[in-house]
Design a protein around this ligand. Structure first.
Ligand code: SF4
Length: 377
């Protein structure tokens, strides 16, 4: 069963130097032919589809799709699966690919939330990252998004960029606050193997930001964004009241979702759940859909203990934490009976907190979340 849809668009104008996502420059007709494959995949999908509460176009660069293609795609999805009247429908947009006209058309097509990949307000860093846009283009794109009528806008920023210091990061945060988005996602840079960044910045590069400074950057974001009225509702996400991402919150609450497109991941809710992904090359994916086979890569049916661990390390990402009563309702046993003293040990270490029947990460626990989650695996 699923009630959320993720659609992966695996095309980008150029590959950013740090990027390990599945995306590449499109060849002729590939973008034009892609939406029909997505609809065919949904049509063939055998699972029980509930009215869709959210749709997320991610990538890659989904804003490379033409507004008309998106409109046709959303109409097709509505016919096959029914989109709820109040569904959140997000489009990730690269500032170098949109203008006022396209944004107006995206809105008319049914998109009601934009996630804008700004990453930095400093052209030196944008060049270093290999982004195709300048800081000025990001500002213009944001202004156009507002003028097109979007009132639910998220921006992405990256900290711990090579050569970045705490003062520069403070300036980035101030610029972000001045724009007044409803939502901000913040990621610390990780240098992924196989990317140009891994060659330019080997692990001993003096330009890489050390862990302590990176932790200071995380805490500075927390401090400045809280003071500006943002709720730190998830480890990497901040929102004004009422604007947390409904789609991503569904991931953390283990709602079922279907991923359409190259390399898209799916999670079907039945018993403890099943996870799988689509082929990660366009040719392979095309064959999988056109043959009607819908090949599943790395299909994994979760056991009860997998589901329990997921419930914790996904649910604890949210500042609202997990309800111990809901946990017992879901699994028919107490958290203590599964993990013994682990939760209370983490409380003593100041990484978890207990409030009534709710267990959540402390501020320090958010910073050291990987250490916390490893205790539940
Ligand atoms: S725009 Fe995003 S997906 Fe595309 S190459 Fe850059 S980081 Fe990767």
């Amino acid at each position: 069963m699923f009630n959320r849809l993720y659609i992966h668009v695996p095309f980008c104008i150029e590959k950013c130097h740090y990027c390990a996502f599945i995306s590449r420059t499109p060849q002729k007709n590939e973008i034009d032919e892609y939406p029909a494959l997505l609809l065919r995949e949904l049509q063939l999908s055998p699972h029980d589809i509930r009215p869709l509460a959210s749709i997320y176009f991610g990538g890659g660069t989904p804003s490379l799709l033409k507004p008309k293609q998106l409109a046709t795609l959303l109409e097709g999805i509505d016919t096959l699966a029914t989109i709820q009247a109040d569904a959140e429908i997000t489009l990730e947009a690269n500032p170098g690919t949109v203008d006022l006209n396209s944004l107006k058309e995206f809105r008319n097509a049914g998109i009601n939330r934009i996630s804008l990949g700004i990453q930095s307000f400093d052209d030196r860093f944008l060049n270093r990252l290999g982004r195709i846009h300048s800081a000025q283009q990001s500002r213009q794109a944001f202004q156009d998004i507002r003028e097109a009528g979007f009132n639910n806008v998220s921006i992405d920023l990256i900290h711990s960029l090579p050569g970045q210091d705490l003062d520069q990061w403070r300036t980035e945060l101030q610029h972000a606050i001045e724009l007044c988005p409803e939502h901000i996602s913040i990621y610390g840079l990780t240098v992924e193997e196989g990317t140009p960044f891994a060659h330019i910045y080997p692990s001993n590069s003096p330009e890489l930001v050390d862990e302590d400074i990176s932790a200071d950057m995380f805490e500075l974001a927390d401090e400045l964004l809280a003071a500006a009225g943002f709720d730190h509702y998830e480890i990497a996400n901040y929102a004004r009241p009422g604007f947390s991402s409904q789609h991503n919150s569904g991931y953390w609450k283990r709602d079922g979702y279907r991923g359409l497109g190259v390399a898209a991941h799916s999670f079907m809710r039945d018993e403890y759940g099943v996870r799988f992904s689509n082929p990660d090359s366009l040719t392979h994916y095309q064959h999988s859909v056109l043959s009607g086979l819908l090949e599943r890569i790395d299909e994994h049916r979760l056991t009860e203990s997998d589901a329990v661990a997921e419930y914790l390390f996904l649910g604890l990402r949210l500042s609202e934490g997990i309800s111990l009563t809901a946990f017992e309702g879901e699994f028919g046993k107490s958290l203590e009976s599964v993990y013994g003293s682990v939760p209370s040990d983490l409380i003593s270490l100041g990484l978890l907190q207990h409030n009534g029947s709710v267990l959540s990460l402390t501020g320090r626990g958010m910073l050291l979340s990987n250490q916390v989650f490893s205790r539940f695996l």
